[in-house]
Design a protein around this ligand. Structure first.
Ligand code: RM4
Ligand code: MN
Ligand code: MN
Length: 430
């Protein structure tokens, strides 16, 4: 077991940086004050944002060509939780972990829950995996899972999901995210209508097993692994399925799961308008489902998404979607990427909070496109780094999480304590 980073190490680093931070924070506070924005209240609101960590994200990812493992990768779910606890310790945005089952199936759920709680962590939405076969699995998902043409395969996939719900109950989770790779690779391979009907039937059976206070989140994805058609390909299919399934069945938007140039922020608005926006998988993309770090390619898009989310929240204070980072870290230290990305998500949120919504709606009403977009840009162009730093500092985290992490030598310690087991694939998605 690797230990978390010593609090003295964090305090020591913060000590060196806090005088500059205080000056920057005061200066920004003065500027925001001119707009009657209270920087302390804003920092408090920023601190309330949380984004779940994907358990699979702390291992080095890869592509279908290769994976280049880094030193000291976590070899099991306990070591993954160790890494997640460090990410949260320094960044203070990520108190929950989202598990993929069976990748992270614990032998003893109570033990895992205790282990997480001892590290200040809880469990977010559970993810079921019916997109690959497991060792010894009776039937294959090669031609689909929840939508398979054979009832026995569908039942197996439904059972798996129900099983994941049962496990999640023991871990204190309150949502199930369902993403299936089901679809086809050839025109004619699958009847679109029948496949969707089978999906609806399977989804309903899973939904019926959902505890009363849980949500079921349906995640759409345009393509991959199916390259011609995918059953839940777009937000429209997702919406229809969620609506047919039940009130607590909602849509989950993964930023990387759309065609290039699609206006994702408008999808956000549409789903929210009809009460069906349930969650997000944050990442960034250039070409497809690249799973790049959040905000690394198009931070403005991330801001525009949050601009919508803030708008929704103002209209409906009960709006509380599930947020998770869904990234594959192929060339970086996953701990660094996840800390950095969580801060990028928080940054987009804080900037969205800065949008002058009264003015924006006046410009919209008066058909002044230039000033409407300038209102968004004013918020987006404001450097809010001191707010993020202060939020971390006040909550016991590091002013500079990546710097403190590097100073701590945590990764080297992991490399010593976690010798590579040649029989294990480690973690990280491909
Ligand atoms: C999919 C999708 C799911 C994730 C898997 C591993 O593309 O984004 O959310 O769980 O990858
Ligand atoms: Mn996803
Ligand atoms: Mn994906």
């Amino acid at each position: 077991m690797t230990t978390m980073i010593k609090n003295e190490r964090i305090a020591e680093d913060n000590e060196r940086q806090s005088a500059d931070l205080n000056r920057d924070f005061e200066a920004l506070g003065e500027k925001l004050n001119r707009r009657n924005i209270d920087i302390r209240a804003l920092t408090e609101t920023a601190s309330q944002l949380t984004v779940a960590l994907p358990s699979w994200g702390v291992g080095t990812g890869g592509t279908r060509f290769a994976r280049f493992p880094g030193p000291g990768e976590p070899r099991n779910i306990f070591e993954k939780l160790d890494d997640c606890s460090v990410i949260h310790q320094l960044g203070r945005v990520t108190p929950k972990v989202s598990l993929h089952i069976p990748w992270d199936r614990p032998k003893d759920p109570a033990e895992l829950r205790g282990y997480a709680e001892a590290r200040g962590l809880g469990f977010d939405a559970m993810n079921s995996n019916t997109f690959q076969d497991q060792k010894g699995q009776e039937k294959s998902y090669k031609y689909g899972s929840l939508t398979h043409s054979h009832a026995e395969v569908r039942s197996m996939a439904v059972e798996h999901n129900i099983n994941v719900i049962e496990l999640g109950k023991q871990l204190g989770s309150d949502a199930l995210t369902v993403w299936v790779g089901d679809g086809s690779n050839f025109p004619g391979q699958q009847n679109f209508r029948d496949a969707f009907a089978r999906y609806l039937e399977s989804a309903r059976t899973i939904y019926n097993a959902l505890p009363g206070d849980w949500n079921m989140l349906l995640e759409h994805k345009m393509f991959e692994p199916a390259f011609y058609s995918t059953v839940i390909q777009d937000w429209g299919s997702s919406y229809l399925a969620a609506k047919e399934t039940g009130d607590r069945c909602l849509c989950l938007v993964d930023l990387g799961h759309h065609a290039p140039n699609v206006n994702i922020e408008m999808i956000v608005s549409r789903l929210a308008q009809f009460g069906k926006l349930g969650g997000f998988h944050f990442n960034d993309s250039k070409y497809g489902d690249d799973d790049l770090d959040s905000g690394s390619i198009d931070p403005y898009q991330l801001f525009l998404v949050f601009n919508e989310l803030v708008d929704v929240k103002q209209r409906d204070s009960s709006f509380a979607p599930f947020y998770m980072l869904d990234q594959s870290h192929n060339v970086t230290d996953p701990i660094e990427s996840l800390m950095y990305s969580a801060a990028e998500v928080q940054r987009a949120y804080v900037k969205a909070l800065l949008v002058d919504r009264v003015k924006l709606s006046e410009y919209q009403q008066n058909n002044d496109p230039l000033m409407a977009q300038a209102t968004l840009k004013t918020a987006y162009n404001q450097d809010v780094e001191p707010i993020l730093q202060m939020a971390r500092h006040q909550n016991g985290g590091a002013i500079d999480p990546v710097g403190t992490y590097r100073n701590s030598g945590y990764r080297n310690e992991c490399a010593k304590q976690r010798p590579v087991d040649p029989n294990q694939s480690g973690s990280g998605i491909v």
